[in-house]
Structure formats: structure tokens, C-alpha cells
Design a protein around this ligand. Structure first.
Ligand code: NAD
Length: 455
């Protein structure tokens, strides 16, 4: 085979694809490729996730189980439920814990996590493990794409050497295998932008690598943006997320400054965003959460430290954003104090513990910082989140309570951390005694006797 033959197989959908890591990024991607007509093998080392997929049950809120079930059907196999027939051209997805499929696959896409270690340095173990599994099964004309967010240079410094020396053979990039980096830009919970209509940035190790990866992604995304190297593509992702993290830090600091000036930060932002150019609104909140924004800029800062450079914006933004749960704690304490109460012994009901609205992901959520602080100060803390039935927090586990009038009225303070759309804010305000609203969720609620303290 050759590059031309690989591209031909991609175009006529005879190419097989393996997606390694079936999480928020990998599962929607694997389904999208299957929907485009490819045979896709999803590989995940978590057997419970694999079993769920094989039962046709999605654990990712953005992927409904019916959509999953449709691509899990083999051609000709009768559907259990849902649409009357499999649309023509639909491929098939299977899920497994075994890496064996890599030996036959034409394209392997790595979507494994890239967290931080306890010392907040990059934990690259998942990328290395996936690259090693591919290297053991690398075969001529295989395309490998890294999608996990990582530091600039990771594709060429970590993945490439492993593939070059795969199986004791001399593989050469761009000649008998192809390697590219293409950052995932998915935004969980976003109804408007998905894998298909979000432009895909791709950087190949060589021009042939870029060509192979571009051919693959052009089958599923509306627009491919080619850049000159994987390092550029890696830096694109870090610019995007560092931009968000630093702007959120800026507006968080504005919230703190506005309080001292006795100015409503939300009113300031609403008025500022009427400027049709040169301004883009960001909103303050109880801190930064999720797998990306609190983590990704640290990959950049770590890489820069190895080059004897301090990424100052990253450091300052982290300081401000990570200080927000403590700032919210002081708001709660002061608000209770104004009502003649101490935090010690008060009942606090937290509404929303996910890191952002309308998702069930609690990774790095500010609630995980705030709740232990409240407990340490002697508060009795309960929470409600429609998407998070149980929460491991501090030294224990809490269960989401039923959101009733009694629960609201029984709380000395209701703290809004995540503004899920399912909440009826009028009803929450009418039935609460004191609210600390970190998201301006109650902005449109008619004035009531309840005291609402905003960020
Ligand atoms: N979640 C997002 O919104 C988002 C957006 C853009 C980019 N990203 C990036 O995409 C990558 C994946 O993130 P995610 O949110 O999908 O993570 P996730 O934790 O939801 O899913 C990762 C999956 O990979 C599996 N896994 C880990 N190591 C593995 C291995 N060696 N072999 C096979 N499977 C393995 C895990 O079991 C898990 O199911 C990260 O680098 C992240 O920064 C995430």
C-alpha cells in the first residue's frame, strides 16, 4: 500500500479506524466516524465503559443512547428499537478493552486523558501507554493521530520516537507511516457546535502525514485548517484555552474590584458587551473547572519552565481563578453574619456541583473546593445536582438531595454554583431565605423578600 492507497481506502470508506479512549472526546468522535460509514473499533481500558457501550448505553450526556445504538447495529441485524432501518452507508462501532484491533487498523486516534500530577506537572502516562500499544502493532501505512491536549512538541518528542522504533523495525514517518496532531475542540453541553461543524486544526509531522490526516477528517468535519507542524497545532489548542482561562481570571478580578467599588460587575459586563468590536464577554464565577481550562495552561507553563521561561499570565490566572472558592466562602460567611448567623452550625444547600451548566462532569469543579471548606468551618452541607447523583468530596461521599420547598426553606443559605437550565430560579428565590448567587442565575427573577447576594 502507499499514501495514495490509504487515501483511496479512506475515501471509499474501506479504511478501518480505532479510537483509543472513549470519554467525552473519544466516544462522540468514534460515533461520528461510524456514522460516516467507517468500521470503528473503540478501545478503552475501562471495562465498565466498554460494557456500557456494548449494551448500547451512553454515559456521555451529549451522546444519546439511541444514536449510539444505531451505529452498534451490524448491517442487516434487526434493530431492537428506534428508527425502522439502518440508514444506508452507516458503519459500525464496536468497543473493546483489547488493543488487538490496532494490528489491522488503518487509522488510530488517541483520545486519552492528559491530567496533572499531584505536583501539578503534566501526567503523560496515558499518552505514553497508548503510543506504546500502537507501536507494538504498527504496520506499514498506518495513520496515527494524537487528539489529547498536550504540551507543544509532545507529538514529535514522545510519540514519534516510539513509532520510529516500533517492533524493532525502521519505520519512517511520512514514508511508511503517518503521524499528526489534531486538537479536540469539543465543548460538552454546547448544542450549536459539535465535532462536525467545529473547524479541525491539523498539523502533520511531514506533508504526507498532513495529507493522510486531512483526508480522514475531511470525511467528517466541514472544515479542516492545516498548519505547518504538530507543534503549531499543539500551541493553537493551548492558546485557545489559555485565552479563556486568563480572560476568566481577568473578569473574576473585576468582580472582586467591583465589590470594593460597590459596583455590580454583571451590569458592567452587560453594558460592555454592547461594544460591537474589540470586546468579548467572559463571566465571573466560583472558580475554574473541567478537564481543560484549569489543566491545559499548566502543560504550557511546564514546557516553558524546561526552556527557562516563566509563563506569567498562566501563573497569575491560576492564582486568581483558584482563589475564587475562598472568595465565595467569604461571601457566604459575611452574608450569614449579616443575618446574625455563624457559618459554624448553619445549613448550606449547594445548587449545582458540575463544573459548568447542563453537564454532569465534576472534574476540577469549584464545588469540590468549596464544600470541604464549608465543612471544615462547621457548616452542614447538602447539595442538589440533577446530573450528579453522588459526589465524592472532601473525605466522604454526599448524595444529591431532593430539591423541595422544605429543602430550600431549611437551608440558612442556598449557594448557586452551577446554573443548570433545569432550575426554576423564580421558585428557588421564592422559597429560600438567603441566596449567594455566583452565576447571576437569578438576574431575571422578580424582586422578592429573599436576600440575594451576587458575586
Ligand atoms: N472533555 C473535554 O471537554 C475536552 C475538550 C477538548 C479536549 N479534551 C482533551 O481530550 C483528551 C481526552 O479528554 P476526555 O475528556 O475525553 O477524557 P475522559 O476521561 O472523559 O476519557 C478518556 C478515556 O480514556 C480512557 N483511557 C485512559 N488511558 C487509556 C489507555 N492507555 N488506553 C485506552 N483507554 C484509556 C479512560 O478510561 C477514559 O474512558 C484530554 O487530553 C483532554 O484534555 C477534552
Amino acid at each position: 500500500m502507499s499514501l495514495a492507497a490509504l487515501i483511496e481506502r479512506i475515501h471509499n470508506r474501506r479504511a478501518s479506524i480505532s479510537v483509543i479512549g472513549l470519554g467525552y472526546v473519544g466516544l462522540p468522535l468514534a460515533i461520528t466516524f461510524a456514522e460516516a460509514g467507517f468500521q470503528v473499533t473503540g478501545i478503552d481500558r475501562d471495562s465498565t465503559r466498554v460494557a456500557a457501550i456494548n449494551r448500547r448505553e451512553s454515559y456521555i450526556p451529549d451522546v444519546n443512547s439511541e444514536r449510539l445504538a444505531l451505529v452498534m447495529q451490524s448491517r442487516g441485524e434487526p434493530l431492537r428499537a428506534g428508527p425502522a432501518r439502518v440508514p444506508p452507508g452507516l458503519g459500525r462501532l464496536s468497543a473493546t478493552v483489547s488493543y488487538d484491533a490496532l494490528a489491522e487498523t488503518d487509522a488510530a486516534i488517541i483520545c486519552v486523558p492528559t491530567p496533572l500530577s499531584k505536583t501539578r506537572d503534566p501526567d503523560l502516562s496515558h499518552i505514553l501507554a497508548a503510543a506504546d500499544e500502537i507501536a507494538r502493532r504498527l504496520h506499514p501505512d498506518m495513520l496515527v493521530v494524537l487528539e489529547s491536549t498536550t504540551f507543544p512538541g509532545a507529538t514529535e518528542e514522545l510519540v514519534l520516537p516510539r513509532l520510529r522504533n516500533a517492533n524493532g523495525q525502521a519505520f519512517q514517518e511520512g514514508r511508511n507511516f503517518f503521524l499528526a496532531f489534531s486538537p479536540e475542540r469539543i465543548d460538552p453541553g454546547n448544542q450549536d457546535w459539535d465535532v462536525k461543524n467545529t473547524p479541525k486544526v491539523i498539523g502533520g509531522v511531514t506533508p504526507c502525514c498532513l495529507q493522510a490526516a486531512t483526508s480522514l477528517y475531511q470525511c467528517v468535519v466541514h472544515q479542516v485548517v492545516s498548519v505547518s507542524s504538530p507543534r503549531v497545532a499543539e500551541m493553537v489548542k493551548l492558546l485557545e484555552n489559555t485565552f479563556r482561562a486568563t480572560n476568566i481570571a481577568l473578569v473574576n478580578e473585576f468582580a472582586i474590584m467591583c465589590e470594593r467599588l460597590d459596583v455590580d460587575v454583571w451590569e458592567v459586563i452587560e453594558a460592555a458587551k454592547t461594544k460591537p468590536f474589540g470586546y468579548m464577554p467572559f463571566y465571573p464565577g466560583p472558580g475554574l473547572g473541567g478537564h481543560c481550562l484549569p489543566v491545559d495552561p499548566q502543560y504550557l507553563a511546564w514546557k516553558m519552565r524546561t526552556l527557562n521561561y516563566r509563563a506569567r499570565f498562566v501563573q497569575l490566572a491560576e492564582e486568581i481563578n483558584f482563589g475564587m472558592p475562598a472568595y465565595v466562602l467569604s461571601k457566604i460567611t459575611d452574608s450569614l453574619n449579616d443575618a446574625g448567623k455563624a457559618l459554624n452550625g448553619s445549613t448550606i444547600l449547594v445548587l449545582g456541583v458540575a463544573y459548568k451548566a447542563d453537564v454532569g462532569d465534576v472534574r476540577e469543579s469549584p464545588a469540590l473546593d468549596l464544600i470541604p471548606h464549608l465543612q471544615e468551618k462547621g457548616a452542614r452541607v447538602a447539595y442538589h445536582d440533577p446530573y450528579v447523583p453522588r459526589l465524592d468530596v472532601g473525605r466522604g461521599t454526599l448524595e444529591s438531595v431532593s430539591l423541595t420547598e422544605t429543602a430550600l426553606r431549611g437551608a440558612d443559605c442556598v449557594v448557586i454554583i452551577t446554573a443548570h437550565r433545569t432550575y426554576d430560579w423564580d421558585w428557588v428565590v421564592r422559597n429560600s431565605r438567603l441566596i449567594v448567587d455566583t452565576r447571576n442565575a437569578t438576574a431575571r427573577v422578580a424582586p422578592a423578600a429573599t436576600r440575594v447576594v451576587k458575586l
